[in-house]
Design a protein around this ligand. Structure first.
Ligand SMILES: [Zn+2]
Length: 458
């Protein structure tokens, strides 16, 4: 760092002699403020060790064993086959988890009649299962770790033929249940909800109902980590990617005002995107072999996921997906055609990989649930200035705050400076040229998601 500073200073001196003006020397000094390495919390490390590939395999094997988990198999009065048999088994599993959490965890169904849509043959009772791990601080919000447990084959409305859904989405559902097991013994200020949705495949029915219910109740959803298709480490073309996962986040929240976005340059700093950046940084700190690849879009082309239901209610929501998909193994009848095996079969799921993605979820959710909430932040825009002043509201349990910044064209936060317990700070950098945010840290170093400022105009 000092070497580049010297060479920059020398170059600057030469430039002054040549053209007679002084370049801004504050920049290289400011560049020394590197984002600190995440301190690892031994309690979170222990929780990650409780996530086991063999347990994930057992869960997914059980789910596949229900034959089909198609939404329209709900009428089957069969304890061993169909979506409700799977739901009841999941509920029992969450019930066992609850016993390890004292009286802090409750298990419920979110059941409702979904009306017929253009894509469905009839109205259908839809039932998601969720476990709530109550936080210790009633002023804190809720973090939702989700998946969908329903499945489909080539015909989205077929309740009869097998729809194993081992990867889509037995993998994500195994992750949610295993995350609950790993986290239930811990105490968090924030509440954590572990939810497995029904009716995803026909139109995000379960999550739409659930996210709206949370909105109507006034629940503050601080984060939704959605897991959908996180099981395969080999792609359609044979690509091996056992250490890569994609993390999707939307560009603009549902309540964004395009005029304001264009004026202030916030199109790459939605709450979902800040959540994705935080989840990547935390995840890669705890699992240094993993690459969490940020994808700056809401979801893949022609596909969606339950995080979109949360986004629709203006909750920050992100989705984990395996790095390389194989569409022959999704939404397909089990069959061999021209020597090619179709179907979403267990044999294509790599449970060591599912375990790693589950640990990314646990690391991110646990850190954010332990950290203070993100502070409401403003950037002073009351006058023209050559520097940047930020102001933020103090949050409970914050021991210090960090200003984060980066160039407007940089994808992730590249600089940080801890300003102690202050609730305002000025940096000698032009607010026209940089992006800024604030995060809150507790005494142990758990950091909140970065809060992106709105403009303070009076
Ligand atoms: Zn899915």
């Amino acid at each position: 760092m000092s070497g580049s500073f010297v060479s920059h200073a020398l170059a600057s001196a030469a430039l002054v002699a040549l053209v007679g003006f002084t370049p801004n020397l504050a920049m290289p000094a400011i560049a020394a403020d590197e984002v600190p390495t995440q301190a690892l919390d031994p309690a979170i490390v222990a929780a990650l060790a409780r996530v086991k590939a063999n347990e994930l395999r057992e869960i997914d094997t059980k789910l596949v064993g229900f034959g089909t988990r198609n939404l329209f198999s709900e009428g089957s009065h069969n304890r061993s086959r169909g979506v409700y048999a799977a739901r009841d088994w999941l509920s029992g599993q969450f019930g066992d988890v609850a016993k390890t959490a004292g009286d802090r965890m409750t298990v419920k169904f979110d059941t409702f009649v979904q009306e017929k849509t253009a894509r469905t043959p009839r109205a259908v009772e839809t039932s998601s299962v969720y476990a709530t791990l109550r936080g210790d601080d009633p002023t804190r919000g809720t973090i939702v770790i989700s998946s969908h447990y329903d499945s489909r084959n080539s015909d989205g409305s077929d309740p009869i033929k097998d729809s194993p859904g081992a990867d889509d989405n037995g993998s994500g559902t195994s992750a949610v249940l295993e995350a609950a097991r790993a986290m239930a013994p811990m105490h968090f200020p924030a509440t954590i909800v572990f939810v497995c949705f029904d009716g995803e495949e026909q139109g995000l029915f379960g999550s739409a109902h659930f996210a709206k219910m949370l909105k109507d109740r006034g629940t503050v959803v601080e984060a939704n980590l959605n897991n959908d298709i996180i099981g395969a480490s080999v792609g359609h073309g044979g690509e091996q990617s056992p250490n890569d996962v994609r993390l999707f986040s939307e560009a603009l929240p549902a309540d964004a005002k395009p005029g304001r976005v264009n004026a202030t340059g916030t199109e790459n700093d939605s709450p979902a995107r800040e959540l994705a950046r935080a989840a990547k940084a935390i995840g890669e700190a705890y699992l240094p072999t993993m690459h969490v690849n940020l994808i700056y879009r809401a979801d893949r082309f022609l596909r969606g996921g339950d995080q979109e239901s949360f986004a629709e209610n203006a909750f920050p929501a992100i989705r984990y997906v395996e790095a390389h998909e194989n569409f022959d193994h999704q939404h397909q009848d089990i069959r061999v055609e021209n020597g090619l095996q179709y179907g979403d079969l267990l044999r294509y799921v790599d449970f060591d990989y599912v375990a790693r993605v589950t640990r990314l979820n646990v690391a991110a959710a646990a850190t954010l649930a332990l950290a203070p909430p993100a502070p409401v932040t403003e950037i002073d825009n009351r006058k023209l200035a050559y520097d940047s002043t930020l102001l933020w509201a103090a949050v409970p349990h914050a021991q210090s705050y960090e200003i984060m910044w980066r160039q407007t064209s940089e994808p992730t936060w590249s600089h940080a400076r801890n300003v102690g317990a202050a609730t305002t700070a000025t940096l000698p950098l032009s607010k026209d040229d940089w992006l800024f945010g604030i995060r809150a840290l507790d005494a142990s170093g758990h950091a909140s998601v970065v809060a992106f400022p709105t403009a303070k105009t009076k």
